[in-house]
Write a protein that binds this ligand. Structure first.
Ligand SMILES: CCC/C=C/C(=O)SCCNC(=O)CCNC(=O)[C@H](O)C(C)(C)COP(=O)([O-])OP(=O)([O-])OC[C@H]1O[C@@H](n2cnc3c(N)ncnc32)[C@H](O)[C@@H]1OP(=O)([O-])[O-]
Ligand SMILES: Cc1cc2nc3c(=O)[nH]c(=O)nc-3n(C[C@H](O)[C@H](O)[C@H](O)COP(=O)(O)OP(=O)(O)OC[C@H]3O[C@@H](n4cnc5c(N)ncnc54)[C@H](O)[C@@H]3O)c2cc1C
Length: 666
């Protein structure tokens, strides 16, 4: 906000009962992270090249060229200012435009790091780090996305020339969707079925050069292009999602990523002790980052809706005084505050997931693979539930802003359009929950064998207690006790998984049973993942959290998140007998009273996200709350208002009006 400019939300900020600066540190993860983030946000916001208010007005070609310009400019600034990796990634975050760089840094580089041998990393990573090559992640095909084992592209070893021949045998084997592929990438990590001496060895990654490094023309045998416009204006259309076909393209043998499996000069296939699932490692890495992205997208939408709900007034004027702020309506609070709590919940669970991922990666380096299944289940499940909740929440925030939420300059329509594919990419959310369900059913089936469940399924080790325990909640206050809440969530989750396992046992063929019970399995998986989010929020509160009133606010938010989920899924809690209807009603009473506690802190709680007006790009979410004059000014900037009488008047409006006058005369 400019110095001296009026702050229409100042009154809201004065009622805050906690230290916002300390909350900013907690949200960012550390003082250092906040400082870096703040500096990079300002760097981007102050640079006119990174302007984005006109994005939805641009044609696809203009938008795309502008994205290239921004990416090149960002890179120039990163090099000139000698920014660290952490700073550079914050710059890309605040530039806030889907671009080929997301896939280069987010998937191409991690794929080489995770699946390449030391030698391969030494050869390719320096080129990628300097952007002397630009890469994408080409896995999905026209005919197969979710079913990775069903990919059709082939990589056949030719021992005569020591090469692989990469080929697209059918139309459906065309690579389809990879971001950055359509118009930019010079290289891809392409996934293909490995064939050696007529034998198939599953799907593996291959580094394939697609375009000339001199004139950007596709290399011989490569057909490549963009797959076309996507959902919404602006939005994800800045990305060149691409189509790619290989016509017997030859690459040197050492361009197969060989950490999991090696093919020797003689054509011998050597399986290392690394599990084959490590081929999926890049997806696991990205799913983990997507949980953090969910908290960003959700907090952004909630920030807009909260500030605007405090500015907007409807009804309730007394004696000619101001009308009621819509944020004071209990219905507005019951729709908005759980989303605010969810933003914080997703933030903290993503912090935990990142540490789990780091730990698992270190173990993998040491050749320990036992924690891989849990890492897969946690990343898949949390990716699924947080992205689904966030996509729904952005749309809810649009509705919370009434009619003005539908204007492009509210920032919400484009945010929704950019965000919703997160429910699909990196694994369709239902497909991923089914993976979690497999993991849970397996854990339940091993309970009698003496194998003690660990990590996020440790609670299943207390199955005997959880299967018959009764919640002892007797008052609304009791629902503020984290142990009481966690036990209800554990009982619900365990009982749902056990019920699925029991029903599965009735089928002679387990796979048939799994297919028939898939809808129940998905619900059991979601219940388990919600338990993780609730538990990790409460665990966060065990840490030392400095700053006046900060911990208190987080306690309120953690209870709101847990009780909101309980209220939303009351059917599960009741049908599993985890709580009684009376206890369900008490939880709802507690939730109502918690909303009143959030109310005076709501605007400060979204200020703690520390988003600049540039990043939010929303007239409704402006820091100063000066909404109406800005909406009014912005309307006049629309190209339709360039002329008072629109183009087309003479051809289409005038003849109509004249005809009506003639008819009237008749
Ligand atoms: C910015 C946006 C950019 C977007 C980019 C993209 O979208 S890129 C494209 C993104 N595309 C997608 O996301 C595609 C989504 N599809 C997939 O990831 C896979 O096809 C699948 C996981 C659905 C099935 O795979 P499958 O048929 O090979 O497996 P299966 O079901 O027969 O299970 C066999 C065993 O493997 C285990 N296991 C499985 N995965 C992992 C893992 N990652 N780690 C560890 N373990 C794993 C599983 O638990 C099971 O263990 P069990 O019980 O034997 O002990
Ligand atoms: C914006 C965007 C960017 C992308 N970027 C990339 C990229 O960079 N690189 C890349 O390789 N790919 C990329 N993708 C592809 C993406 O990873 C796939 O679209 C995704 O994995 C889903 O696969 P699918 O399209 O085959 O969906 P499908 O599997 O065909 O899903 C269709 C429906 O079938 C259901 N379904 C499928 N299988 C099952 C099952 N076993 N049981 C029950 N229901 C099932 C799903 O739930 C869904 O409702 C991108 C996609 C998008 C939208």
């Amino acid at each position: 906000m400019e110095v001296g400019a009026p702050d229409y939300l100042a009154g809201e900020r004065q009622t805050a009962e906690f230290d916002v600066e300390s909350m900013k540190v907690t949200w960012a993860g550390s003082r250092h992270a906040l400082e870096v983030s703040d500096r990079m946000a300002r760097l981007v916001a102050s640079d006119p090249v990174f302007r984005k208010d006109n994005r939805v007005m641009l044609s696809r070609k203009e938008l795309f060229k502008n994205t290239l310009r921004k990416a090149a400019h960002a890179w120039k600034r990163i090099v000139e200012l000698r920014l660290t990796e952490e700073e550079a990634s914050r710059v890309r975050f605040f530039v806030d435009e889907p671009a080929f760089t997301d896939l280069h840094w987010g998937m191409f580089v991690p794929a080489i790091k995770g699946q390449g041998t030391e030698e391969q990393q030494q050869k390719w990573l320096p080129l990628a780090y300097k952007m002397q090559i630009i890469g994408c992640y080409a896995q999905t095909e026209l005919g197969h996305g979710s079913n990775v084992q069903g990919l059709e592209t082939t990589a056949t070893f030719d021992p005569k020339t020591d090469e692989f021949i990469i080929h697209s045998p059918t139309l459906t084997s065309s690579k389809w969707w990879p971001g950055g592929l359509g118009k930019v990438s010079t290289h891809a990590v392409a996934y293909a079925r490995l064939i050696v001496d007529g034998q198939e060895h599953g799907v593996h990654g291959f580094i394939v050069q697609l375009r000339s490094l001199d004139d950007h023309m596709p290399l011989p045998g490569i057909t490549v292009g963009d797959i076309g416009m996507k959902f919404g204006s602006g939005a994800y259309n800045s990305m060149d999602n691409g189509v790619l076909r290989f016509d017997n393209v030859r690459i040197p043998r050492d361009q197969m990523l060989m950490r999991v499996l090696q093919v020797t000069r003689e054509g011998k296939v050597i399986q290392s002790d690394v599990p084959r699932q490590l081929i999926y490692g890049t997806m696991v890495f990205v799913r983990q980052t997507i949980v953090a992205d969910a908290s960003c997208a959700l907090s952004r939408a909630v920030c807009i809706a909260t500030r605007y709900s405090a500015v907007r007034r409807q009804f309730g004027s007394q004696n000619g005084g101001p009308e009621t702020q819509v944020i004071d309506y209990k219905t507005q609070q019951s729709r908005l505050f759980p989303l605010l709590a969810s933003a914080y919940a997703f933030r903290f669970v993503s912090e935990w997931l990142k540490s789990l991922y780091t730990d698992v990666t270190e173990k993998l380096q040491r050749g320990e693979f036992s924690t891989l299944p849990e890492a897969h289940a946690c990343t898949a499940g949390l990716k699924s539930i947080t992205t689904s909740a966030t996509a729904d929440a952005i749309e809810e925030c649009r509705k919370l802003c009434g009619g003005h939420g539908y204007l492009a300059n509210s920032g919400l329509p484009e945010l929704f359009a950019v965000y919703v594919p997160a429910c699909t990419y990196e694994g369709d959310n239902t497909v991923l929950l089914l993976q979690v369900a497999r993991f849970l059913v397996k854990t339940v089936s091993q309970l009698g064998s003496g194998k003690v469940p660990v990590g996020t399924t440790a609670y299943m080790g207390r199955a005997r207690h959880l299967i018959q325990c009764k919640s002892n909640v007797q008052s609304a206050e009791d629902w503020l006790n984290p142990q009481v809440v966690v036990e209800a969530f554990e009982a619900r989750s365990l009982r749902m998984s056990v019920a699925c396992a029991e029903n599965l046992a009735k089928f002679p063929n387990p796979e048939e049973g799994f297919a028939q019970l898939a809808a129940d399995l998905v619900e059991a998986a979601a219940a388990h993942c919600q338990l993780i989010v609730v538990t990790k929020f409460f665990e966060k509160l065990q840490q030392d959290i400095p700053g006046k009133g900060v911990k208190k606010q987080l306690q309120i938010l953690s209870s709101v998140y847990a009780l909101y989920i309980l209220h939303k899924h009351l059917g599960d809690f009741l049908s599993t007998g985890s709580i009684t209807p009376k206890q369900g009603a008490l939880a709802n009473d507690q939730l109502r009273s918690l909303y009143s506690k959030i109310r005076p802190n709501a605007v400060a709680l979204v200020d703690a996200f520390n988003y600049t007006d540039h990043y939010l790009s929303s007239v409704l979410g402006r820091y100063d709350g000066n909404v109406y004059p800005t909406l009014y000014e912005e309307a006049w900037k629309d190209p339709l208002n360039d002329s008072v009488v629109p183009d087309g008047y003479q051809e289409y409006i005038r003849p109509l009006l004249k005809q009506q006058i003639r008819n009237a005369r008749l």
